[in-house]
Design a binder for this molecule. Structure first.
Ligand code: NAP
Length: 287
């Protein structure tokens, strides 16, 4: 049970819309379990009013907040500083107050790597990886995989220019990674699937009953792994196909929980109880 006092510190999430967010449930579960004097609330912010809203959060003394769609990049000009990770991928998912300054961080990449390790037993060092998508989630994933020592990353996006601009952003920074581009054509994907260790879906395909119609998953070599950042539904058509083929696979729930754990530690200086955020998310999604 959270008790609000005159000293309660406020955390939250800025997004539009934000009513569907599972972050309040997982952060408040950790606050309640630790018995610390914090509360985490949703802040629905229309894109037109992002600047004044951030200024308002600053003036109200909010301790920190998460940032979600569509503000992850747009918020950067309204912050005082961004961390190296956030600057590298041009996206902020966590803001922390440091004195009078608002500092942007990105915990999505660390959350993704933690989930790869815990849910797939996968270490990107020296690996070949096919990334589907080139949006905000892909930026964080490719930066994290490159920083973790991936040998080869192929980016396959529906809109070719967006894929190319993602690769051009990272190529000069990560000289040791072999970057290449692909279309989503089945023939081209089949060639890549035969040579990779991990397939990552960072697109929104898999949500709301959508699916990749022609993804030639049968070409993925045995021992290849599949990670889908989508977590609702828990089993996307891509993950169902991977499971049928006996491939090791995981959805994005672990990433959502891990990025939340990292944000919580940044704000409070305390690690949330192990596994609590993941259990809370699972319960919310099932319930
Ligand atoms: P975004 O910036 O809007 O990018 C969307 C991506 O999906 C783009 O690459 C887009 O391709 C592609 N796409 C959309 N519809 C498609 C279709 N019908 N066929 C092929 N490609 C399609 O969104 P985002 O922030 O990257 O988020 C993407 C997904 O990742 C969402 O489902 C989000 O919930 C999930 N996500 C999960 C976590 C987690 O913690 N598990 C964290 C972040 C994001 P184009 O460039 O061609 O439009």
């Amino acid at each position: 049970m959270i008790r609000i006092t005159g000293k309660t510190r406020v955390l939250g999430i800025v997004g539009w819309p934000v009513g569907h967010s599972l972050s309040p449930a997982m952060h408040n579960a950790a606050i309640a379990a630790l018995g610390i004097d914090y509360i985490y609330v949703p802040f629905p912010v229309d894109p037109e009013h992002l600047g004044p809203a951030v200024e308002g959060l600053r003036r109200l003394g909010v301790q920190g907040f998460n940032v979600t769609i569509p503000h992850k990049s747009a918020i950067i000009p309204f912050l005082d500083r961004v961390s190296r990770e956030a600057g590298l991928c041009g996206a902020v998912n966590t803001v922390r107050r440091d004195g009078d300054l608002l500092v942007g961080h990105n915990t999505d990449g660390a959350g993704f790597l933690a989930s790869l390790r815990e849910d797939l037993g996968f270490d990107p060092r020296g690996a070949a990886i096919l990334v589907l998508g080139a949006g905000g989630a892909a930026l964080g994933a490719v930066a994290a995989l490159s920083g973790a020592g991936a040998a080869r990353i192929i980016v396959a996006n529906r809109t070719a220019e967006r894929g190319a601009s993602l690769v051009e952003r990272f190529r000069p920074v990560f000289g040791g990674v072999g970057f290449s581009l692909s279309s989503l054509c089945p023939g081209e994907l089949a060639g890549h699937l035969r040579t990779i260790d991990l397939l990552v879906n960072t697109t929104s395909v898999g949500m709301n009953g959508t699916r990749f119609e022609d993804l030639p998953l049968a070409e993925l070599r045995s021992g290849g792994r599949v990670y889908d950042m989508v977590y609702a539904p828990a089993e996307t058509p891509l993950l169902a196909a991977a499971r049928e083929r006996g491939l090791t696979c995981a959805n994005g729930l672990g990433m959502l929980a891990s990025q939340g754990e990292a944000a919580f530690s940044l704000w409070t200086g305390i690690e949330p109880p192990a596994g609590l955020m993941k259990i809370t998310l699972r319960r919310e999604l099932e319930g």
